[in-house]
Write a protein of this length. Sequence first.
Length: 608
Amino acid sequence: MCGIIGYVGRREAEPLLLDGLRRLEYRGYDSAGLATLTGPRLHLRKRAGRISELVRHLRERPAPGCVGISHTRWATHGPANDANAHPHLSSDGRVAVVHNGVIENHAILRRQLQAAGVVFRSDTDSEVIAQLIARHLDGDLVQAVCNVLPMLKGTYGLAVVSPDAPDLVVGARLGSPLVLGVGRGEHFLASDPGALVGQTDRVVYLQDHQLCTLTRGEWRIFDRELSPVEAAVQRIDWEAGDADKGAFEHYMLKEIHEQPEALENALRGRLSWDEASAHFGGLNLNKRQLRSAERIILTACGTSYHAALAGEYLIEEFARIPVEVEYASEFRYRNPPIDRNTVVIAISQSGETADTLAALRESKRKGHPALAICNVVGSTIAREADGGIYLHAGPEIGVASTKAFTSQVLTLALLALHLGRLRHLSCLEGGRILDELQALPEVIRRTLACDAEARRIAERFMSACNFLYLGRQYLFPVALEGALKLKEISYIHAEGYPAGEMKHGPIALVDEDTPSVFVVPRGLVFEKSMSNLEEIRARGGPVIAVATEGDEEVAARADEVLFVPDVPEYLQPLVTVVPLQLLAYHIACLRGCDVDKPRNLAKSVTVE
């Protein structure tokens, strides 16, 4: 959600800023802009719409200079137009600011500044920052930024430049990610390390209440009192090719097809046949602490929440530990009674999700062990958790999450096995599960063969206005995830339900124009699910089924079938979600939707 790129060095800033913005497009945005400096002259260029609109503007009016900041905005305060696009200038033109986050007291600050004669040009909360810094600027830009930060209530990731300090970029962070890129004779500032791929592989992650300064020759980090802070330089393990679409038309399709490799990465080094268990290096809880856990709370948002629901079934079945799954946006404000021996696990692809981060912090504040499952090394959630597990799925660029979901579910299965072996699972059971997990990537490769069939079915149902997704037990979270994928990228209304709940209300929606997607591979509740399917058929509703290979019973009763390989029930979420991802993808493409950048959505939701 929103993106920042800053640069200072020997090269022209404009092409580097644009390249970084393009790498941040996946975060979601509705306008883009940049500001560069040539000595005392500041060049501001910004446009509503896609980055292509900004590029068109820059062809007419280039922005010269070797120092600059840029931004992609996701609208919060004020509509998406040129005036509200970042960067924002102070009235006197002495300060340019780009900002991620939300300034909660911006209305009060705006009124105070207007009373002092300041004229505002936008509706945003961010402009007050530029105006305040200009009011406090007296020859020292860093000191001016430092003086203003305590006035701001809310969250911010900032990049600031000024003609008064033409060789300097200043950054500051509170609650919104910011990373410094270290080069040779040049330095970068970004809201996401992925924006720096291809420019530098050395980064420094800013902590909350820290500032940084970048010049051509050096970088420095300070605390809120402007005392120097030592910071470690880390290496990004992504390669430039990881963020390219390759031969695929969209990032989402590429990432769907990357799932076998992502699952292999999640398994690598974690399977221990000697112990008949899974092994993790970063949990930072010993066996005694894990064995004494009497309750686990999984907290997440969106797709990660659906993975957590699958994790609830997995942990309770393998480890016999009670599990609760909480929406992070609700959990952060609740004050539920939590037993002393409770472990909280936050799940987030980006590791920057604002609600999930707040839930993690609240859990830590109350003294509970707080672990994380996330994909981005060095992210805020990864750093602040007491311990955790990285997915190692590689960058996920498409806004609609695919390989992160399957990697999260697999990681939760590994964790469930680990906890189960500490309690009651036998060595034989553990060994059997390891064999099944190791075979999973190849099973997913076979599953991807349904791509062409998914497209054919998409052609038949692309004009439907409503879909129902139904599943039982392990497959209920899959129904939710399948419905979410369709909503996100095709803008078709879709709802997921436990199949048994369908007759308690949703069945009123069934008609000949409303397809129902049943996730019905063979398992303990197969017959129950088939009874629910028959209830849909009896009312004239078309049925799309996801079923086990060779299941003639389902094929005879459903209008369309997507077949998946036969796997144990606990692995069915990983196999059955793949055809639902492909179905959503093809429907969205056929409807002409922007699959990788769906409207109104952001990849990393860093504001509340």
